[in-house]
Design a protein around this ligand. Structure first.
Ligand SMILES: Cc1cc2nc3c(=O)[nH]c(=O)nc-3n(C[C@H](O)[C@H](O)[C@H](O)COP(=O)(O)OP(=O)(O)OC[C@H]3O[C@@H](n4cnc5c(N)ncnc54)[C@H](O)[C@@H]3O)c2cc1C
Length: 376
């Protein structure tokens, strides 16, 4: 009898896992993927979107184009998860599985930061980034803050990319001298996993006269006085606030009882939760690794290996914790680090200095996923 695999979420993790199982098993696979959205959007497109470099239609990859042997993708919303029974309820019915994989990502909670919705803007959701397209052209003078409201958050270097892209866009509009930019980050460096990229980013901030407040986060915005309140009680007046909202696992995951401290604990070698046959990958898993699409893919590889080993025999390779972090410097240059957290005795990082040639690498990163998941 075929083993039924139910994958919740068709983001980086879910798309890669179902593609791997289809490649291994073909029509013999019995994989159901569920997603409430109609299209996939790369996280990094949000920076391009907010600064008007691309429009929404150009960055959407409709799920209607996802077709793999042995896999069906259902457009449904998950409303309840019963891990012990490996049973999932959606707005369309119920699904049961032999292997249940949660890949629902992280949701945003702008309400957790008082004043953010009234006085600021978040740029981490597609809707938020798309709204900013209409807001940023109106910012011509004053103080802009790029502020992170909680940790952990997706893609550690993305707020740095936002601050640098803002600098270069204001410069191109002849407005930079009339504006100040401050980056507020809870991290101890712009990208802790790569000392080289962090040093490059700090040098770029200095050159761009971007003030950086490390180890600080934004806890509230005072809408009346237009001031950001930081976690040490200090305040910064602003004219434009671009925020990274507090991240949380989706409510349906919290309600499933699988979380601990707000995230889903897993066995780091297999990505299996405390419930046998139930796995969690990507942003919602409590891994201590960066929350990024390439790391979700690495986790998908580990789970595919476990499912194939348990159904066909053999040994699964342990989760290697590999991924890459691409960093836009806002002037056309892109640098990146290839990271490997788990396959050796200590974390390894291969550094690629920012360059204009780096753009080809980023374009290939996106194009290879589009080709792999959505076909030619
Ligand atoms: C500004 C920005 C820049 C980024 N840059 C990069 C980068 O350069 N490189 C990189 O690797 N990563 C980057 N990321 C991070 C990357 O986008 C995420 O880490 C990645 O998408 C996580 O993959 P995932 O599979 O865990 O979740 P997601 O890709 O978020 O997928 C989760 C899916 O679950 C679905 N879902 C959620 N709830 C339900 C429900 N109740 N019912 C049904 N479906 C549901 C969603 O619709 C979604 O499709 C960036 C993120 C941002 C915000």
């Amino acid at each position: 009898m075929k083993s039924r695999v139910l994958v919740l979420g068709a983001g980086f993790g879910g798309l890669e896992l179902s593609t791997l199982l289809s490649e291994a098993l073909g029509e013999a696979a019995d994989v159901t993927v569920i997603d409430k959205a109609e299209a996939f959007v790369f996280g990094y497109s949000k920076i391009d979107l907010m600064f008007g470099k691309v429009d929404l239609a150009a960055v959407r990859q409709p799920y209607a184009r996802f077709a793999k042997p042995g896999v069906r993708l259902l457009h449904e919303t998950v409303t309840a998860i019963d891990p012990a029974a490996r049973r999932v309820t959606t707005d369309h019915g119920t699904h049961e599985a032999d292997f249940l994989v949660l890949a629902l990502g992280a949701d945003f909670d702008p309400e957790a930061t008082p004043g953010l919705q009234e006085a600021g803007h978040e740029f981490y959701s597609v809707a938020g980034a798309n709204r900013l397209r209409g807001v940023l052209p109106g910012f011509t003078r004053g103080h802009a803050i790029v502020g992170i409201c909680g940790f952990p958050y997706k893609c550690p270097p993305a707020p740095s990319e936002c601050a640098l892209t803002l600098h270069h866009s204001l410069r191109a509009r002849g407005l930079r001298a009339a504006c100040e930019i401050t980056l507020v980050t809870p991290l101890s460096s712009p990208m802790p996993a790569s000392a080289e990229l962090s040093a490059e980013l700090m040098a770029a901030f200095e050159e761009a006269r971007i003030r950086v407040l490390l180890k600080r986060s934004v806890v509230a915005l005072d809408a009346g006085r237009r001031a950001a309140v930081l976690d040490d009680g200090s305040e910064l007046a602003f004219d434009l606030f671009l925020g990274v909202p507090v991240h949380r696992v989706p409510q349906v995951v919290l309600d499933s009882g699988l979380t601990e401290g707000g995230w889903v604990p897993i066995d780091l070698t297999t990505m299996e939760t405390a419930v046998p046959g139930v796995f969690a990958i990507g942003d919602m898993a409590k891994t201590g690794l960066p929350k990024a699409g390439s790391f979700a893919e690495s986790q998908a590889r580990a789970v595919a290996g476990v499912i194939l080993a348990r159904t066909r025999g053999g040994q699964a390779d342990p989760h290697a914790g590999q991924g890459s972090c691409l960093v836009e410097f806002g002037d056309g240059r892109i640098g990146w680090a290839e990271l490997d957290f788990l396959s050796g005795p200590k974390m390894q990082s291969i550094y690629h200095a920012p360059s204009h040639e780096g753009r080809a690498h980023k374009e290939a990163f996106g194009a290879s996923r589009v080709a792999r998941w959505f076909g030619p």
